[in-house]
Design a binder for this molecule. Structure first.
Ligand SMILES: O=C(CO)[C@H](O)[C@H](O)COP(=O)(O)O
Ligand SMILES: [Fe+2]
Length: 218
């Protein structure tokens, strides 16, 4: 299992330090939420912030979650800015297969992100071409929202689909993950857990990350 703190809930005034702190506290991946006030009703940060984190010395995998449309130009910009993994929403790309190829050609792991209301069949034709599926357990746009329980069944169905097709596609879950919700997502088949408010709103990042790992073992 991998813990990916979403920097959406970090203190932007000291972002480099915040990322250093969560990594030192045991985080595995940095989750980087890109919002354009078009695909989602919020605006965050662009590729310059990603390259600034690389220049600051962050060497961990940076998991860029693109909530933007159009996606292709941002895929290229973030790959050039140091992204390791890039996910985008299939409904934000007109040519899904082409956008997937673009991420791969740039040397990044490719993920497809599904909103709570987006059915699994949207990605069925390309499932064998991707590295991970990001299942959104809140509607995209904001941190600190409540986990949508129906997502657990969706993760189970996706896991079954991956097993049936004999693929090695990871499942990432994003939105409302905390000590009370993480185990249900884990039991359903998720392996990468994004958590923003549950980690950054805590005083002690090490304690909050350990609490997430412990909650899975219970
Ligand atoms: O993609 C996102 C929102 O669109 C964020 O990654 C997500 O909401 C994480 O924040 P939290 O753990 O506080 O729900
Ligand atoms: Fe996200």
């Amino acid at each position: 299992m991998l813990i990916a703190p979403s920097i959406l809930s970090a203190d932007f005034a000291k972002l480099g330090q915040e990322v250093d702190d969560v990594l030192a506290a045991g985080a595995d991946i940095v989750h980087f939420d890109v919002m354009d006030n078009h695909y989602v009703p919020n605006l965050t940060f662009g590729p310059m912030i990603c390259s600034a984190l690389r220049k600051h010395g962050v060497s961990a995998n940076i998991d860029v979650h693109l909530m933007v449309t159009p996606v292709d130009s941002m895929i290229e910009a973030f790959a050039d800015a140091g992204a390791s993994m890039i996910s985008f929403h299939p409904d934000a790309s007109i040519h899904l297969d082409r956008s997937i190829s673009l991420v791969k050609d740039k040397g990044c792991k490719v993920g497809l992100a599904l909103n709570p209301g987006t059915p699994l069949y949207v990605i069925e034709e390309v499932l064998h071409k991707i590295d991970y599926v990001l299942i959104m357990s809140v509607n995209p746009g904001f941190g600190g929202q409540t986990f949508i329980r129906e997502t657990v069944d969706k993760i189970k169905r996706l896991k079954q689909l991956i097993v049936d097709k004999r693929l090695s596609v990871a499942i990432e879950v994003d939105g409302g993950i905390n000590e009370s919700t993480i185990k249900s997502a884990y039991d359903a088949g998720a392996e990468i857990f994004v958590a923003g408010s549950a980690i950054f709103n805590a005083k002690d990042y090490k304690q909050s990350i350990s609490a997430l790992r412990d909650a899975i073992k219970k």
